[in-house]
Design a protein around this ligand. Structure first.
Ligand code: TK8
Length: 335
């Protein structure tokens, strides 16, 4: 070893030791719950989150990933976080509306047109503002991940016209916007937690549901659903949450490690989800689903009906937030 390389090596080691020591990070075990299967875009991203968190904390912060709603459906986990009985979760923003009414903004049918708009809106000032509302309710939102554009499946008939939805018993998330949206389309909308959905479809307690392609695949809904209609009726985000009680007890460095891992996992998750969604229709066809697109005229009729709920969403989230969102989308679209 030359003198120079030795000096470089010694300096590098001292720096590494220094930064590890300077970091105020204690051994931590985080129970992180999620609703989908381990073999899903959600499960893959949680796994990456765990790896990134270990890397960012010198191996001190460990994440125990608990998937498949084993810790309960989204709403139950949210309460466990608020009470401090569980540290973290990822789930739909839609199931948070009972806690933070502004979250209903993301349930607005056809609000977001594409991935670029989604990322800009969610990661920008509007997304931050909505996320910040969680804190006074005992939750901390780290980042939004992609659930995706939702599409309709059912077991009764191919939905080609608005009238085809008449009387279809359709599971929706536990959220009034979704309930009203699908009632206004003529469906018999029934709110159910996601964890009960597969068996409700299997036993024909409900005829259909709506979720992104990724979830229709990873939750094997194709086994119990015949028809898929491409509706893209709303872009659904997921949000990574931390118990505020837990967060308040963390050091600055521990919080920074969590945030860093959450952002890295978000970048991975969005790409992974989009890659999977891009080829999902081929996969779902191969699994035997019958897929149809709507004619422009019928898509327009559905859109008109669905956007009838917009006025009440605007009133619920507040006109200021609604108008700011429209202005921000206008700016994004003019770029
Ligand atoms: C998973 C759910 C799911 C959502 C739903 O826990 O309930 O349909 O789309 O992703 O949050």
């Amino acid at each position: 070893m030359t003198k120079l390389t030795r000096r470089i090596l010694v300096t590098a080691l001292a720096l590494a030791a220094g930064s590890a020591m300077a970091q105020d990070i204690k051994p931590r075990l985080i129970r992180f719950g999620y609703g989908l299967a381990e073999a899903s875009n959600q499960g893959r991203a949680v796994k990456l989150f765990a790896e990134q968190l270990a890397a960012a904390s010198g191996g001190k912060m460990k994440l125990r990933a608990i998937g498949g709603a084993a810790l309960g459906p989204d709403t139950q986990m949210q309460q466990a976080l608020i009470g401090g009985a569980q540290e973290m979760m990822v789930g739909s923003t839609a199931t948070l509306v009972g806690i933070v009414k502004e979250m209903a903004l993301w349930d607005t049918p056809f609000l977001i047109n594409n991935a670029k708009e989604a990322d800009a809106l969610l990661d920008g000032p509007i997304g931050e503002k909505v996320k910040a509302k969680l804190e006074e309710k005992g939750l901390v939102g780290l980042v939004y991940w992609e659930n995706g554009f939702r599409n309709l499946t059912n077991n009764k008939r191919a939905v080609a016209r608005l009238e085809d939805l008449d009387g279809i018993k359709l599971r929706v998330m536990q959220n009034n916007v979704f309930l009203d949206s699908f009632k206004s389309l003529g469906a018999n909308a029934v709110p159910l937690p996601f964890s009960e959905l597969f068996s409700a479809l299997e036993t024909k307690a409900v005829d259909g549901q709506e979720n992104p392609y990724n979830t229709i695949l990873s939750s094997k809904f194709y086994e119990v659903q015949k028809y898929l209609t491409v509706t893209n009726h709303v872009y659904s985000p997921w949000i990574v949450l931390v118990s505020k009680k837990y967060w308040d007890g963390l050091s600055k460095d521990e919080r920074a490690a969590l945030q860093k891992a959450a952002v890295a996992a978000r970048e991975f998750e969005r790409k992974d989800t989009r890659d999977e969604a891009a080829k999902a229709l081929t996969d779902l066809k191969a699994k035997g689903m019958q897929i149809n697109e709507l004619s422009p005229a019928e898509a327009g009729r559905m859109r008109d009906r669905l956007t009838r709920v917009n006025a009440s969403i605007a009133a619920n989230v507040g006109m200021d937030l609604w108008n700011e969102t429209q202005a921000e989308l206008g700016r994004l679209r003019a770029r």
